[in-house]
Ligand binder design. Sequence first.
Ligand code: PLP
Length: 441
Amino acid sequence: MNKQFAPENDAGLAVFNRLESEVRSYVRAFPALFDRGVGTTLIAADGREYLDFFAGAGALNYGHNNPVIKKPLLDYIERDGIVHGLDLATTAKKAFIEAFEQYILKPRGLSYKLQFPGPTGTNAVEAVLKLARQVTGRSNIVSFTNSFHGESAGALAATGNKEHRAAAGFPLAHVTSLPYEGYLGASVDTIDYFKKLLNDPNSGLDKPAAVILEAIQGEGGINAASVDWLRRLRELTSRHGILMILDDIQAGVGRAGSFFSFEAAAIVPDIVTLSKSLSAIGTPMALILIKPELDVWAPGAHTGTFRGNNYAFVTARAALEAYWSDSKFEDEIAGKSAILAEELRAIAEDFPVLGLSVRGRGLMYGLVSPKHHSLPGLVSQEAFRRGLVIEIAGSYGEVLKFMTALTITETDLRRGLSIIRDSIGAVAATLEGESRGSLAK
Ligand code: PLP
């Protein structure tokens, strides 16, 4: 979530300031009146172009209005294809389910039932927490420090963010927050800590129904769990009969370099949540994957009017067919990931006084400013002035969050990184002026 608040200029935004709730956030950080989106370019009503290093917070992995995905949707609309379908059987839904089995599940040897909840990530999380509790008969859930799982009460209880939790207005219960990998420093093994709590009858930890986790924490500041940590968590939860829910809403659909973020660890979660980029064009859609033996739902036990967004089925299927029928797309992501990581390290080295560090995986990277928490927010504002949209993350906004479309060209990737480098230089120079030389290189 974006916490930086630039002064809102008068870019045709007066009506938003006058009538839209104070809850609005991104519009404050990026005050432009956006009109069109083409690939990785956002175009404002005044004609100004912005390079998009934000990708709809991970909902636009294939870029804006990708023609490969848009064309089948236009055809579908043109022939009066069903738009709204609850959970009725439709041809669009059938084609999506078949494609998901063919391109995603089968090649990975995965066997899951598919549940379509209401179309937000939050609703998917809400549903899986209910399901885990139903399956096990236990109420407690373990989530991890710095996690983000959504805004409704159940999902929020599993979310770390203090301000979001406070907005609930009542105590959020039945979740225990445990340290994610690295939270207590490199010397503390947080899986050992969890193991100890589970094995000690007097630890005070109520045996959880499930753990819910992100393999790469997005909103929490791009914390990427190691393969080893994920494997050991899988072993520990299996041994104790605790379900593992992998929330792949942000890190999934190619973001981490493979379709699922957990593939590198070769683990099989019991339940997986997907949303954001699954629809491939920015329309709402969510999907839950459930090991067949855990699918204990009674018919209609978790419903929602917008479970059947058929436009999303059409676009999601088109993307699976175009990008996931072979390994070409993954290879391209790996190539761009290497460029991104290398360039970010070079930027960090070029400003040694700032003490920046780099972390992440795939095309989900963070440039971390542990010494100066305000720096990423200032850099984001400066980059926006220079025509690039990028957001910040982390407990204190200390992480500049790189989330380009996976389809970004190498030229645009390098162009954006050069804007970031210049923006850091400009911010560092200002801060140096303000603090008489304590910050700049
Ligand atoms: N889970 C994760 C990992 C997320 O990153 C988000 C949103 O950022 C959600 C759940 C909630 O998804 P939504 O905003 O679609 O409700």
